[in-house]
Ligand binder design. Structure first.
Ligand SMILES: Nc1ncnc2c1ncn2[C@@H]1O[C@H](COP(=O)(O)OP(=O)(O)OP(=O)(O)O)[C@@H](O)[C@H]1O
Length: 518
């Protein structure tokens, strides 16, 4: 997986280097703040001492540390700005590459893959998983780098100021760390459960909206409302429970940080009283302790997020690495196609149902220029024969030949260019009628599109729409009648001008008069 991530980052290596430099720079600058603040406190203590002894104290002594502090703050602001801007650019570009790679991998998969995975799951990998990976990735390069640099820098600084005080403070850490870690693990489990419940709620809403016509036809709106409200209630309760525990966790963290500060103040104070530490050093020590603690807390949070993001990344790369059995390209492209089709003792079962044979020793010869109708009862395998000719699936036995060449020796994309396929429920894209007809031949002129529509008997109803060919058909062509959808699909196939045309009950939604005209 790390190799994949490296490949994704490689084109933006320079940006990554700048990100590392700005993160480390900002952290180093931040680490200077306690030292300069300590200097300032020492000057103030000296001034208080001088005043109590009736000695004059020049305010100019403050100028040096104050100017240094101002310089540090300005440098930190500039570095933080540059860092955030670069991280946004880098993260978005990596996510964009990952999304494009995943989408390309998904749409090249075999049909078996789409039989196994629901469209919602695939979309969720493209959106939610990539988003989770992106956000953690961004945080790792921002917060992660900064926190590691600050933790190491603060630790060095703490030991430099006082070794004994640092060992005293560190002795309080393991107990707190273990306690917070156990609670953290519990929180992560809760979060996982909540995500699952969220997914279920999304699924319920998505299914109802996608099947709105069926819900309306069964007057099931109220039932669905109650169902969704119940699921949302479960989600709300789980999230409230999560809120309670996050509150507890934060409270415990604050108490533990407070205890450590108190330890530092108590032992550090005793060192100041014994003149083994200046008050400026103590101040500087406390600020560094705070920085180290905050960085450790951030690293803890990041650790949890990284575990979740690793799961998302694994889901994404699982598909990216999946090679289809039949790739889109590769194989012979014949110089011309006559359209001689021969099913030679073909056997087939769908991979998802290995024990359910659909075709057994099936043979059929279709000479060029002929029309063949396949009749059979529901589920007898007519559509399957069409799918095998399109090479959506591979036969488990026998061979399918086109002009005497076995299909598995031909280039699949080339083959599909020469086949027009209109299935039982033709799906249109949510764009104009013009673009839908052009889908099979994107370079076709408007006149060619009109001619195809005329041959498919679609011209009259298209011209009847106020926007004509620019009418947008809605999701899956929902704003058209079943017959209109089929006619546009027929026009789309005619425009492609294929040598082989498969009509899988393509006229089932047309009335008999229209069918006879056709
Ligand atoms: N993607 C699939 N995965 C698993 N089994 C499938 C798949 N598609 C179809 N089948 C099964 O294969 C068998 C043949 O289906 P097919 O769609 O080819 O029948 P058909 O003759 O076209 O039916 P109809 O006339 O009802 O359209 C059926 O038992 C069906 O359940």
């Amino acid at each position: 997986m790390w190799k994949d991530i490296w490949e994704l980052m490689k084109p933006d290596l320079l940006t990554l280097v700048c990100i590392v430099l700005t993160a480390v720079g900002a952290a180093v600058v931040h680490l200077q703040t306690p030292t300069i603040t300590g200097e300032l406190i020492n000057v103030l203590t000296a001034s208080a001492k001088a005043t109590s002894q009736g000695l004059a104290f020049s305010i100019e002594h403050l100028n040096g540390p104050a100017m240094k502090l101002f310089g540090l703050l300005t440098a930190q602001a500039v570095l933080t700005f540059a860092h955030i801007t670069l991280v946004a650019r880098f993260g978005e570009r990596v996510a964009q590459r990952l999304r494009a790679k995943l989408f390309a991998a998904i749409i090249q998969q075999d049909m078996v893959f789409f039989d196994k995975h629901q469209s919602g799951e695939l979309v969720s990998r493209l959106t939610t998983d990539v988003a989770e990976f992106k956000s953690t990735f961004k945080q790792l390069v921002t917060l992660g780098l900064k926190s590691v640099t600050q933790t190491v820098g603060s630790a060095v600084h703490l030991f430099q100021i006082s070794t004994s005080l640092t060992f005293t403070m560190l002795s309080t850490m393991p107990v707190l760390y273990i306690l917070l870690n156990i609670y953290g693990a519990y929180l992560r489990r809760l979060s996982k459960k909540n995500k699952r419940l969220d997914g279920i709620a999304g699924g319920v809403a998505g299914e109802v909206v996608a099947n709105m016509r069926t819900v309306r036809a069964f007057a099931a709106e109220e039932r669905e409302m109650v169902h969704y409200a119940n699921v949302c209630n479960d989600v709300a309760q789980a999230n409230q429970n999560m809120g309670f525990h996050i509150g507890m966790f934060q409270g415990l963290t604050n108490v533990s940080i407070g205890c450590m500060m108190l330890t530092v103040l108590y032992f550090g104070g005793s060192l100041v009283v014994r003149d083994q530490l200046t008050s400026g050093d103590l101040m500087s020590y406390m600020l560094s302790t705070q920085t180290a603690q905050q960085s450790l807390v951030s690293l803890g949070v990041l650790f949890g997020q990284t575990i979740k993001a690793q799961a998302s990344a694994a889901r994404v790369f699982e598909f990216i690495h999946k090679s289809p059995r039949v790739s889109l390209h590769g194989g012979e492209c014949l110089s011309s196609v006559h359209g001689d089709v021969y099913f030679d003792h073909v056997s087939f079962n769908y991979p998802s149902r290995p024990n359910h044979p659909v075709l057994q020793d099936f043979s059929l010869h279709i000479p060029p220029g002929t029309t063949v109708a396949l009749c059979g009862h529901s589920g007898s395998g007519k559509s399957t024969i069409a799918s095998l000719l399109e090479r959506f699936y591979e036969p488990t036995g026998g061979d399918i030949m086109l002009d005497g060449h076995p299909l598995h020796e031909l280039d699949p994309s080339w083959l599909r260019h020469h086949i027009g396929f209109i299935n039982q429920e033709p799906i249109l894209f949510d764009t104009t009628i013009l673009e839908n007809i052009r889908y099979g031949h994107p370079e076709a002129t408007l006149d060619q599109v009109r001619e195809a529509a005329r041959q498919a008997n679609a011209e009259v109803f298209i011209d009847g729409f106020p926007d004509g060919y620019d009418t947008v058909v809605g999701e899956r062509g929902a704003s058209l009648s079943g017959g209109q959808r089929q006619r546009i699909a027929i026009a789309r196939a005619i425009l492609k001008d294929p040598k082989i045309l498969i009509l899988d009950e393509a006229t089932s939604a047309l009335d008999s008069k229209q069918r006879n005209e056709k």
